[in-house]
Design a protein around this ligand. Sequence first.
Ligand code: NAD
Ligand code: MG
Length: 289
Amino acid sequence: MEEKKKTDLQAQYPEQSQEEPGLQSKMIPVPGDGSQTYIGSNRLKGQKAIITGGDSGIGRAVALAYAHEGADIVLNYLPQEESDAQEVKQLVEAVGQKIKLIPGDLREENFSKELIEGAVKFFGDPTTLVLVAGKQQSEVDIRNLSTEQMVDTYKTNVFSLIWLVKAALPYLHEGSNIITTNSIQADQPSSFLVDYAGTKAAIKNMTKSLAKQLAPEGIRVNSVAPGPIWTPLQVVGGQPQKNIPSFGKDTLLKRAGQPSELAGAYVFLASDDATYITAESINVNGGKG
Ligand code: NAD
Ligand code: MG
């Protein structure tokens, strides 16, 4: 723990860039996924979780924590991220849980159905749908914000949420739950993230309406709102390059978070400790705001 704390506090983030969607294995430093530090205690024993964006960053830390807690996993990511996803597969299998990799593009409505049906074929009806995938591209001037970027960002972050929930509902039952991923950007938008911040506000809002709609069926819907977290999203254009070395320094804790520091919130929301929690969003943001 002491060693981990020291590493997080001292982490330096040199300017760096990758093509979207990026690989976390190529980041300097490689984000902390908790694979060496997370200790499970069967809090999700027998659960079956579909996790989008699970190859890297926050989704990867969630997948590893879920496996340590006894859940089997279906992992979605983009085909270009195969090497990151293979690492997750090895780490999950090493703790004795089952995992199936289903790469594919969530901007396609049909793929959402394929993902859910592939998961049901693999492990039966899912208990938890964890939606972490997201697209973020900074653009300092709205005059340069392309329609293509705007449409892609809304399809990835907002439309896919509806498509995936629609596809999953036939297989979700009383006691199952959905977890979405919004952002501090939902309430405190940066000037250079007009399209992205809007999608995160939408997700936070949709989480509440879905929670209201699905409560009568016994399905809980919650969200996690990360602050600045060191992940590929930030080095593929999510931040203007010049912001990377000071990323996260504007929080009360004066540093960016590591993905491993998000996993606990996702574990909690899926666990039996949260059976009376729905329509909620948990902030994990170093006290920013
Ligand atoms: P990340 O790059 O590790 O994860 C994003 C993932 O989204 C990618 O790994 C990719 O698999 C997936 N993805 C993107 N486009 C896709 C598509 N068209 N089809 C399928 N999958 C696609 O970065 P991250 O920061 O861990 O992002 C995870 C989530 O956390 C995102 O929803 C992001 O908005 C949110 N978030 C991140 C931060 C942060 O500071 N890193 C802050 C607030 C919210
Ligand atoms: Mg990735």
